[in-house]
Design a protein around this ligand. Sequence first.
Ligand code: MN
Length: 242
Amino acid sequence: MLLTKREFCKGVAAASALGAISGPLFAATSEKENPMTAATQKKESPMFTLPELPYAQNALEPYITSNTLSFHHGKHHKAYVDNLNKLVADTPLAGATLEEVIKESAKDTAKAGIFNNSAQVWNHTFYWHSMKPGGGGAPKGEIAKRIDKDLGGFDAFKEQFKQAATTQFGSGWAWLVLDGAKLKVIKTGNADLPMVHGQKALLTCDVWEHAYYLDYQNKRPDYVSTFLDKLVNWEFVEKNLG
Ligand code: MN
């Protein structure tokens, strides 16, 4: 069962008032000591599940192969889900939504493992939806107008996005985000993501090597260009714009 933020905080406050939590907020407590967790979590059922891809595993070929997606979705994304379920089981975060887990764990370096796995679960789901068969190229509608206004046009956007994606040192993500009322292109390292920086994600490209190595080997710029020209799901981006 998922809790709203208010219910979640209320539960923690109630547990604290009863003296069940003696350490800092969200310190590990046993299920017995935490009535909120016991009441909201069935121990046997995993809290987070691996979402289905929004298209067939071979639907993005030849640009991203079925082989890449079988590992990337079936192994990498699945491992983040499995790890997250293990890490939050029997903790006060066990009844929280994915976004709540991400935001709470981001505040506490002792919860880096929970943050990395929860953020990577979210990032990958967002990435699958950022692509579609027959996607890419210039957008239309409201998002096109906003790109013209805030980023200086589609070609300028493409250059900024390619720059962000190819200069991210090591593993990470390139993003189109809404920062306040303005579109921005940013990059993040490892599992880091816009929501913990007060930004709203609109589009992402995974630039971890596992995203492109089987299809493009070391040629990250080719993968990013293909992502922009053939794969971007602009309807999803427009929907995120709200
Ligand atoms: Mn990945």
